[in-house]
Design a binder for this molecule. Structure first.
Ligand SMILES: [Zn+2]
Length: 415
């Protein structure tokens, strides 16, 4: 007898209806099944989907918007100044823990069970990192949280000592921000330091790369070179690449080839990027994101992420990856027939590859991590952005949402 049998679902929008049998937290059988089960769930022809994967979010800055004061200009550098003030005067472990759990709950409701969180390690006490390492353990029964040590104020000043401490404490990946270093040379040094440490500690790399509207910022080629040389390849990810929007076509094509050959991943965060980038351009202003469609079509693994959530950098955000995907459809000019599936891939399997999630997707033998959603296709899902009605982690239902129901009385009104 199975533990759970989910009847009548459309697995990943398939036309064919299927049942999913779950035993000991795993999917043991899929197809038309008649066997008995302790619990039977009628899927009512909803889509059964793998959980969404958030590949870039800041849990330490989330929900700090407005403290100590709002970001008056809305710009990145004022945001960094405000975050430095918050970190100095307000940050405690209890504060980070409380905010992180709130955001994780919001993400779980939205169907996200895999998260890569960026943690600023500029703080000498590493307060946020200590708190988030505990949060990672606390949520591990139902959600995989990876932590990336990220030096918001650059590596040039402290020579990577903070990254070393973060590695000793047990982060999953490390980062650099080469375009914020004081010179091109220092930027390259920060990358070399990061790659040396990652190779030594066998960790992933997630670089904040060329997040600037400056066509002369060209660190992605160095990351691609180091990813290929070190053999770290697909364990290397770059976020944003906004400068790529400004490169001449010939150079953009060369870079796309280098990224593809290195096997590294690209993460785009259209919500924050559309709000933050392009501000200093004269008209016409850039769209704010990198060349997502071109990179995807060239075979680069591209993921879409939500990123900031009510932070000093971004006064919006709900944790919904569907909202990030919806924004990407617009910004990347991805409203062609196949683009909807491409963006759906970017928030599911592509993002899972960024995180290196093992046994991702609805298959026999994989953990029973899944969502039930009322949507007919990737197009329908991204257009309407419906909530996941059921979220299951390791065979256990961890969240259920009853969709809002509206009764329209217009006919009676006419009478
Ligand atoms: Zn970010």
């Amino acid at each position: 007898m199975y533990d759970v049998l989910i009847k009548n679902v459309k697995v990943s929008f398939s036309e064919k209806k299927s049942d999913i049998a779950i035993q000991d937290g795993k999917i043991v059988k899929m197809g038309r099944l008649l066997a008995p089960a302790h619990r039977i769930i009628d899927g009512r022809e909803k889509a059964a989907l793998p959980p969404y994967v958030e590949s870039h979010i800041h849990l330490d800055t989330a929900l700090t918007c407005g403290v100590p004061r709002p970001n008056e200009s809305g710009e990145l550098f004022e945001g960094i100044e405000l975050w430095n003030a918050y970190r100095t005067h307000f940050l405690t472990e209890e504060d980070v823990t409380r905010r992180a759990h709130t955001v994780i709950e919001e993400m779980v409701k939205q169907g996200i069970l895999f998260v890569r969180g960026m943690v600023d390690v500029s703080d000498p006490q590493l307060t946020a990192l200590h708190a988030l390492l505990d949060v990672k353990k606390e949520v591990s029964p139902f959600l995989q949280l990876q932590l990336v040590a990220f030096p918001q104020n650059g590596l040039a000043k402290n020579g990577g000592a903070q990254l070393r401490r973060a590695l000793e404490l047990g982060v999953d990946a490390i980062s650099a921000v080469p375009h914020l270093e004081p010179s091109r040379e220092k930027g390259i040094e920060s990358l070399e330091l990061c790659f040396g440490l990652a190779a030594e500690h066998e960790k992933d790399i997630h670089i904040f790369c060329d997040e600037i509207d400056d066509g002369a910022s060209r660190f992605a080629e160095s990351v691609a070179y180091l990813a290929a040389e070190s053999g770290l390849g697909s364990r290397v990810t770059v976020s944003h690449l906004n400068a790529m929007a400004y490169y001449p076509e010939a150079y953009a094509r060369k870079l796309t080839g280098l990224i593809k050959a290195a096997g590294m991943n690209v993460v785009t965060c259209p919500l924050i990027s559309t709000a933050m980038q392009g501000r200093l351009d004269s008209w016409p202003k850039g769209r704010g994101i990198t060349r997502v469609k071109e990179l995807d079509e060239a075979g680069v693994n591209v993921a879409v992420a939500h990123d900031d959530f009510l932070s000093p950098f971004y006064p919006l955000g709900t944790g919904s990856l569907l909202s990030a995907g919806h924004m990407l459809l617009h910004q990347a000019h991805m409203t062609g027939t196949r683009d909807f599936e491409a963006v759906y891939r970017m928030m599911t399997e592509n993002a899972a590859r960024v995180l290196g999630v093992k046994q991702y997707g609805l298959q026999e033998g994989h953990p029973a991590d899944l969502l039930l959603v009322s949507a007919d296709s990737a197009h329908d899902l991204l257009r309407r952005q419906p909530m996941a009605e059921l979220v299951m982690s390791n065979g256990r239902i961890i969240c259920e949402t009853i969709p809002a129901k509206t009764t329209l009385w217009t006919e009676q009104a006419h009478i």
